[in-house]
Design a protein around this ligand. Structure first.
Ligand SMILES: [Zn+2]
Ligand SMILES: [Zn+2]
Length: 149
């Protein structure tokens, strides 16, 4: 998705979900690491994290766009535009925006393998291989690697 396509999408979402035009600039900003989007109070422009689109797709990106447009339209209208404001919470709910930016940190798994039946076991947390055995054959587990998913 290009910046121009993003701009068009933000304008469309603004018109359809807020019944108001988006008259500023939307672009992807590579410096956003852990948040999905950002509203600039001074320029009224919106930045978005390309990873939201790449990892979660258009539907999730639209939710983040709605979240940022809630800040945008409320701020321009002189209403409560911050996360703690009731008007913000209500508009977010009404338009279906994401409450928080999606968690962009990768999910880490620990991978173990049964020494007897060779079955792979994936766990979010490290396990004590002296205590825990293979669920299938009660064989000994051995730590293989850490993976990101
Ligand atoms: Zn926000
Ligand atoms: Zn086993």
């Amino acid at each position: 998705m290009t910046d121009q396509e993003l701009q068009t999408l933000v304008e469309k979402v603004s018109q359809e979900s807020f019944r108001q035009p988006f008259c500023h600039n939307a672009r992807f900003n590579q410096r956003l690491k852990t948040t999905g989007g950002r509203y600039h109070l001074q320029s009224h422009d919106l930045d978005f994290n390309r990873l939201v689109f790449e990892k979660y797709g258009t539907a999730e990106l639209i939710k983040v766009i709605k979240h940022e447009l809630c800040h945008y339209h409320l701020h321009l209208a002189g209403r409560g535009y911050q996360h703690k404001d009731l008007e913000f919470k209500q508009l977010l709910k009404k338009t279906g925006g994401s409450r928080f930016a999606p968690l962009l940190a990768p999910v880490v798994f620990q991978v173990y393998q049964c020494q007897q039946c060779q079955k792979m076991v994936k766990r979010r947390r490290k396990i004590d291989t002296k205590k825990y055995v293979c669920g299938g054959c009660q064989g000994k587990l051995k730590f293989l690697k850490t993976i990101e998913a």
